[in-house]
Design a protein around this ligand. Structure first.
Ligand SMILES: [Zn+2]
Length: 179
C-alpha cells in the first residue's frame, strides 16, 4: 500500500510504503518524513497501513470515534502535553486548508482556561489531539482518522462545549488569525 507524504523540510512529495512510513526518509533531502510526535509510538505500521487502505473518499462521516485513537496517546495529562507540543505549528501550517481552524483555536483557549470545567477540558483536549494527530501525514492519511478533511471531530466537540467557550476565547482566536 503506497501513500504520499510531503516532506516538511524540502516539500518533496514522496511515495512511500505505508508499512514503513514511520521510518521513511525523504528521497531528496533524506530528512525523516514523519515526526515521531505526530504518530504516537502505540500505532503500529500495520494499523497505519490499514487506515490508509480504509480511507474513505467523498464519504460523509456522521460520527467520529475519537476515543479509539486518542486513548492511545495516553491519559488526559499526556494528551494535554501532546496538544501543547503540536497544536500551534500544525494550526499555523494548515489553517487555510483545514475547516474549523477557528473553532479549534477557540477550543484550545477554552481548554487552557483554568475557569473551564474539567469535563469540557477533557472533551476539548481529546478533539484537539485528534485534530493534530494525522495532519502531518498528507494527504492520504488525513481522511483516515475520519476528521481532517471536514473537521467533524472538532466541530462536534466545539458544539458539545460551546457554553464554556467564552467571548474571551473567541476573541483570542480572532486575534491569532488576524496576526
Ligand atoms: Zn525532503
Amino acid at each position: 500500500m503506497q501513500m504520499i507524504v510531503e516532506c516538511s523540510n524540502c516539500g518533496r512529495k514522496n511515495q512511500v510504503d505505508a508499512l514503513k512510513v514511520k521510518a521513511a526518509l525523504c528521497d531528496s533531502c533524506k530528512e525523516q518524513l514523519v515526526d515521531e510526535d505526530v504518530i504516537p509510538a502505540a500505532f503500529s505500521d500495520d494499523e497505519i497501513a490499514a487506515a490508509v487502505e480504509a480511507a474513505p473518499s467523498g464519504v460523509v462521516i456522521e460520527e467520529v470515534e475519537t476515543d479509539k485513537y486518542i486513548s492511545r496517546i495516553g491519559n488526559h495529562e499526556e494528551q494535554v502535553n501532546y496538544v501543547n507540543k503540536g497544536f500551534w505549528s500544525k494550526v499555523k501550517k494548515y489553517a487555510a486548508k483545514v475547516p474549523f481552524s477557528h473553532e479549534a483555536v477557540s477550543m484550545y483557549y477554552c481548554a487552557m482556561d483554568p475557569a473551564t470545567p474539567t469535563a469540557a477540558k477533557v472533551t476539548a483536549i481529546s478533539a484537539l489531539a485528534y485534530f493534530i494527530l494525522p495532519i502531518d501525514v498528507i494527504p492520504d492519511f488525513i481522511p483516515v482518522a475520519g476528521f481532517a478533511d471536514d473537521g467533524t471531530a472538532v466541530f462536534i466537540a466545539y458544539k458539545a462545549i460551546t457554553i464554556h467557550i467564552t467571548e474571551e476565547h473567541r476573541a483570542k482566536a480572532a486575534q491569532f488569525f488576524a496576526e
